[in-house]
Design a protein around this ligand. Structure first.
Ligand SMILES: Nc1ncnc2c1ncn2[C@@H]1O[C@H](COP(=O)(O)OP(=O)(O)OP(=O)(O)O)[C@@H](O)[C@H]1O
Length: 247
């Protein structure tokens, strides 16, 4: 079957000592598409990213990126091939500046020293951390650390970016520029985005399609409107909306 999809997940299952974190997960993402991933705590969202990015080998099923089977391939190889993830808890190298942290992520491009710094500084400015470029990374407030995590991923020039709750811990005013940046990445560079997010307003605004996980299974896939009016989704997740309130 001819396919335009850049990411393809087929029959993925993963258990942790008998706990089925993922069961028979299938989906495809088209190049340049923005896929939101939602679901209650423990639904398997992060585990799915771990499998797709190579951090965890699935028990069953396959992951393909750009037509290549990458199942079980090392995460750094997958990242270098162009599928890059961010982490919920970012760990900057504490003895380094913001810029140095980004340079480190960009290093695999084998740019010369000057080009590496130029490229990294561009990315630092792009995420709005220009004024912080030469400060020690741990001095950044939460919103800054989130941006640094995004900058490190962008420095790798991803074709596919997997974002694990990039908005968590940000106040609404801090979210807007991040959402704008993500929308621009797709518009201007055709970057494909998969993003795990609890903030529904952000999902509604950014996602072309939404995939809903519950207890390790895909219970719905569709447009944000379709998914949010789906009775199963309301039951499993949106019904408890107050616990996901924006606070
Ligand atoms: N390395 C691990 N060892 C054992 N159990 C794990 C491991 N990773 C995840 N799990 C379990 O697998 C299930 C799915 O977890 P996962 O973190 O993928 O869910 P999630 O949807 O990302 O949740 P959250 O929204 O809280 O981040 C949970 O029950 C979790 O406790």
């Amino acid at each position: 079957m001819a396919s335009m999809s850049i990411v393809r997940v087929d029959g993925v299952g993963k258990s942790f000592r008998g706990l089925r974190a993922l069961s028979d997960v299938d989906f495809e993402v088209a190049e340049g598409e923005i896929l939101g991933i939602i679901g209650p705590n423990g639904a398997g969202k992060t585990t799915l990213f771990n499998v797709v990015s190579g951090a965890l080998a699935p028990d069953t099923g396959r992951v393909a990126f750009a037509g290549q089977d990458v199942t079980g391939r090392a995460p750094d190889r997958i990242a270098r091939a162009g599928m890059v993830r961010t982490f919920q808890l970012m760990r900057p190298f504490s003895s380094m500046t913001v810029l140095e942290n980004v340079c480190l992520a960009a290093q695999h491009h084998r740019f010369g020293r000057r080009k590496l710094r130029e490229h990294s500084l561009e990315v630092v400015e792009r995420v709005g951390l220009g004024p912080w470029a030469h400060r020690a990374a741990p001095e950044l407030p939460t919103a800054g650390l989130k941006r640094l995590e995004l900058a490190r991923a962008l420095a790798m020039r991803p074709k596919v970016l997997l974002l694990d709750e990039v908005l968590a811990g940000l106040v609404p005013a801090e979210r807007e520029p991040v959402l704008d940046l993500l929308a621009r990445l797709r518009e201007e560079e055709g970057v494909t985005l998969l993003f795990i997010e609890h903030i529904m307003a952000a999902v509604m605004r950014l996602a072309d399609r939404v995939l809903v996980l519950d207890q390790g299974r895909v219970i719905a896939v569709g447009s944000p409107q379709e998914v949010t009016s789906d009775a199963r989704v309301i039951d499993a997740y949106l019904g408890e909306e107050p616990t996901h309130a924006d606070a």
